[in-house]
Design a protein around this ligand. Sequence first.
Ligand code: ADP
Ligand code: MG
Length: 493
Amino acid sequence: MNAPAKSSKYIRGESGDWEVVIGLEVHAQVVSKAKLFSGAATDFGAPPNSQVSFVDAGMPGMLPVINRRCVEQAIRTGLGLRAKINRVSVFDRKNYFYPDLPSGYQISQYKQPIVGEGEVIIDLPGGETATVGIERLHLEQDAGKSLHDQHADYSYVDLNRAGVALMEIVSRPDMRCADEAVAYLKKLRAILRYLGTCDGNMEEGSLRADVNVSVRRPGAELGTRCEIKNVNSLRFIAQAIEYESRRQIEIVESGGKVKQETRLFDSRAGETRSMRSKEEAHDYRYFPDPDLLPLELDAAWIKAIEASLPELPDEKKARFIKDYGLSAYDAGVIVAERELADYYEAMARGADAKLAANWLNNEILGRLNKQGLSIGDCPVSAEANHAIIAMTSDGTISGKIAKDLLDIVWSEGGDPRAVVEARALRQVTDTRAIEEAVERVIAANPDKVAQAKAKPKLAGWFVGQVMKETGGKANPQAVNAVLKARLELPEEG
Ligand code: ADP
Ligand code: MG
């Protein structure tokens, strides 16, 4: 069940605490070569109006034919959201006028959607989780695009997107702060990507969210909501929620009432603005589309799709915690992307799994983030990293050299084991060589020896010097032991 909201999550107003309530309606573009009711292609970035069939153009007398692939993707997604698949669903006409909606209606699902109630487990900071309920998922057509900035005197219409299949995924109002809404969207996107049903690309508009926000006194009845349309990045969703909740609190605290309305988020000003009030809301005159029969699903087909589902993020996370001994946090970071999880497993198999997780999270992701790369672009293979970790674990190289080695392989390529041999990076565990280095350092710093004897903490300085002397290759434990004996320092403890 949903973890109860903590008081720290409440917003402190002039007159006491307020609780923010958030529900998301997400439009996810279905991964499919053809549209929902036509055979036209769906490639992103194609020349305007090059992927438009007569059905998409709203020509009179054309008959829509349902695309089995899109239905399969919706079922797959429903199963991935642990949701109820409705064996019978109905397509309705949602009537409204847009210049880029040539038929004058959108085919959607209203009272009988293909997928019913489900849930998404979201990962919160500190390894905690919470559950967000899913109300429904339905299939519908996307509209085309109007372009107003291409010509001084004309607007252009591009119908390439008209008729592309969307899944509208509606959450329950279960989120209580911007972080939870962002965590929900991240998790939903991860699930869709694992399933291969939506590419989750927010910049290309494959995933867009309408954000519903209301405020109330902690535990009170739901307040009046405002819906912020089409927010297209995680950062903007967080900003829109922060702004909108504060706006509503101010209204109520100054004696006013929140009006139910549709708003838009202006990312430049960082604020939400009214688009239309509830009174101006469209009456879509929904009715079952007479061109389409109710959609009836075969139970065996649903079973077959279920059997083909991949291991999903939550299952993978549980397995990583159990099999590799990872913390919930580390496991959560690694399973967020399927490719990252695969990379981790290729790296961790037969190695120190925790060391591998730290290595991946700190060294690899650190370097990738700095360069703005994703794991797919990582210049060092999982196998090469496996070798570096294995050499660290068995003492062939020190932890410090491991990082240098990674830098070398990162920029120059090469097999890490060969690089270690070619550049003589092996860790010096040979006590004689370390003793010689210690003698050289002591001989060069007689004054420091006396100081270290009086103040054993100074021994650390000697360790540093000996490491320098050996080019970072000495085994630090061995250096410590030799130094202690040589300087006659007391055992720690
Ligand atoms: P509509 O279709 O008119 O937008 P829905 O009842 O389908 O209305 O709700 C849409 C979204 O609004 C859902 O995601 C739901 O969780 C959310 N929602 C409903 N009531 C509230 C509320 N009081 N505060 C915040 N979100 C809400
Ligand atoms: Mg809505």
